[in-house]
Design a protein around this ligand. Structure first.
Ligand code: CA
Length: 220
């Protein structure tokens, strides 16, 4: 799961980047509105955390710009305390959720999980496909109740496939969604991770659709 964080406060930004990475997200970050706007416009993210008070270009303008371009990724805005008008303006501009500073990181993580789930059309915190289950609250994946030991790469890959189960997911899409901007984005590495993941899963769960990509679906 790849996220964008746009926050100018260096201490808060650092704290959030660390917490998000610990929660197995891939994080790109920007400390001003112009860079943030550029990343959100050109990269693919599962969700964006956007501070409204930003140097160079304010968060509301950035958000309106993305929505005007037809960008639909879920956006959670961070607003200053006691500024209800910012929340209203943010929601009107196309924000999907908001948090008022200061907030607990756990609350941010819970809201992000809910946002990403809703976008994928899943109402529950637990994703499943046949014998496979993945609890997004604690990052536990299991087959028939037996816990799988996954690396963070494998976890992200599996979570992405589960959020898009029964759909064909191309290699390029996986590369875009699973790696940070500065990562060596070689689609061959996706094949390696898919192969490793397959060894940990029941046979047939991840299907290769020739020339198109992969599909996670429950065995018939
Ligand atoms: Ca700020």
């Amino acid at each position: 799961m790849r996220l964008l964080l746009v926050e100018d406060d260096p201490i808060l930004r650092q704290q959030l980047v660390e917490a998000l990475r610990t929660a197995a997200y891939v994080v790109d970050s920007a400390d001003n509105g112009i860079d943030g706007r550029h990343l959100g416009e050109n990269e693919a993210y599962e969700a964006v955390i956007l501070d409204l008070g930003l140097p160079q270009l304010d968060g509301l303008t950035v958000l309106r710009h993305w929505r005007r371009l037809g960008k639909t990724m879920p956006v959670l805005i961070l607003t200053a305390r006691d500024s209800w008008h910012e929340k209203v303006a943010g929601i009107d501009a196309g924000a999907d959720d908001y948090l008022t500073k200061p907030f607990h990181v756990e609350e941010l993580l819970a809201r992000l999980r809910a946002l990403i789930r809703r976008t994928g059309g899943h109402a529950s915190a637990e994703l499943s496909c046949g014998p496979l289950t993945l609890d997004t609250r604690n990052g536990r994946a299991a087959v028939d109740g037996r816990t799988l030991t996954l690396t963070s790469h494998e976890y992200r890959l599996l979570a992405y496939l589960l959020l898009h189960r029964e759909q064909i997911v191309s290699r390029g899409e996986l590369v875009e969604h699973l790696y940070a901007q500065d990562f060596d984005r070689d689609s061959n590495t996706v094949e390696v991770f898919i192969a490793r993941l397959r060894k940990k899963l029941p046979p047939g769960l991840i299907e290769t659709v020739r020339g198109l990509g992969y599909r996670l679906s429950a065995p018939q």
